[in-house]
Ligand binder design. Structure first.
Ligand SMILES: Cc1ncc(COP(=O)(O)O)c(C=O)c1O
Length: 385
């Protein structure tokens, strides 16, 4: 079910929202008066498509936030990935290594270019792409690696970048789930040659639908801007040297984005606090594995995710409907890419496969209260008693 259907009045505090009082959705966007005011301002200005002050303001705020020189807004996170790959010249005959455990958009974006996604296994602690397995999979056709900062923990970017340097590959970060995650204080979005973000309604900040590319490379940023707008040079209207796309973000979306950026540090602080509440409430529960934060890393806990194993009395798939009966929404981990019909290999990467069957995302909205988290933890504890 779509989260929008579960959140009738997502801009209200949970205490006052008109919805079944005990229901805790997996995620709800947190929109407030600023979002309304800027959106209204954009509507009244008449600049409702992709020209308008909010687009440039949002891009510059986001570039600053990631600590990079350039940010290029786009229509969603999937188009961000596709545009990055296309702008880098990746196409038919090429291979791009992606994690087996990710959302399907990572693999699909590679497929759109005519290249082949090759699936690497993930690290048992962070659930992000495993550099050792990446190295095993590098072939003469490999052009790029897409590490995904899964559920908010940064991937092993130093090791990935070392591999990329050694084998002459390009790194494209899929940071759709990890706005603000960092390694040694340096935020994701600035670790690869280019990075893609999503602003879907359940992301750390949202514009409804929306995405962003970040890079320090001025030529690559300019190329993405050109291709985003049908490859039409701004100085030569209706002239197109090549086939481009309409992947533009609207000024309406960007107006919401600017308001969200004004609160992004608060959202991240809240998400980290929510994760702490869950960890305190579940740390000694047998069979429950909690998300990690490796030394030197900042996990933003986009989703607070757990693994469910014996001796916990229920398997993950049996737990989901029981939580729902008690008013708690949850989501299973993604199916591994190499088990899905378009990408099935017959030889799934083992750890991604195992994690995908045991992993569960718990309610993770930034406006969750401590009482709600304690309720979820209490229900999980009660099941063990
Ligand atoms: C890892 C990952 N990559 C890419 C995307 C695609 O983003 P969007 O839904 O904005 O197209 C998402 C999210 O939905 C995601 O979780």
């Amino acid at each position: 079910m779509l989260i929008e259907q579960l959140s009738l009045f997502p801009y209200l505090e949970p205490e006052t929202a008109l919805r079944p009082p005990d229901f805790i959705p997996i995620y709800e966007p947190w929109l407030g008066e600023r979002e309304e005011a800027y959106l209204l301002d954009a509507v009244r200005s008449g600049w409702i498509s992709s020209l308008g002050k909010y687009v440039t303001q949002f891009e510059s705020m986001f570039a600053d936030f990631c600590g990079v020189a350039h940010a290029v807004s786009v229509s969603n996170g999937t188009t961000a990935l596709h545009l990055a790959l296309h702008a880098l010249g990746i196409g038919p005959g090429d291979e791009v290594i992606v994690p087996a455990l990710t959302f399907v958009a990572t693999a699909n974006a590679v497929t759109y270019t005519g290249a082949h996604p090759i699936f690497a296994d993930v690290d048992p602690a962070t659930w992000c792409i495993d550099p050792a397995d990446v190295e095993e999979l590098i072939s003469p056709r490999t052009r790029a690696i897409i590490p995904v900062h899964l559920y908010g923990h940064p991937a092993a970017m130093e090791a990935i970048n070392r591999l990329a340097d050694r084998y002459g590959l390009t790194v494209i970060e899929d940071a759709a789930e990890a706005h603000g995650a960092a390694i040694h204080g340096r935020r994701v979005g600035g670790w690869g040659r280019i990075a893609a973000f999503s602003f879907y309604a359940n992301k750390t900040i949202t514009t409804g639908e929306g995405g962003m590319l970040t890079t320090d490379d001025p030529d690559l940023a300019a190329r993405c801007r050109l291709l985003r707008d049908h490859a039409m040079p701004p100085q030569r209207r209706y002239w197109h040297d090549e086939v481009g796309f309409n992947y533009r973000m609207t000024n309406l979306q960007a107006a919401v984005g600017v308001a969200q950026m004004e609160r992004i540090e608060e959202f991240i602080a809240r998400k980290r606090r929510i994760a702490r509440w869950y960890c305190e409430g579940l740390s000694d529960l047998p069979g429950i594995t909690l998300p990690v934060e490796l030394p030197g890393c900042a996990n933003i806990y986009w989703m607070v995710s757990i693994l469910v194993d014996r001796p916990f009395p229920l398997e993950r798939d049996a737990l989901i409907p029981i939580l729902r009966e008690r008013g708690i929404d949850s989501r299973p981990f993604f199916h591994p890419m190499d088990t899905l019909p378009p990408y099935r290999t017959g030889d799934p990467r083992p750890l991604s496969f195992a994690l995908s069957r045991r992993g569960l995302n718990l309610p993770s909205s930034p406006n969750l209260t401590q009482g709600q988290v304690e309720y979820v933890c209490g229900v999980l504890r009660g099941l063990t008693g």
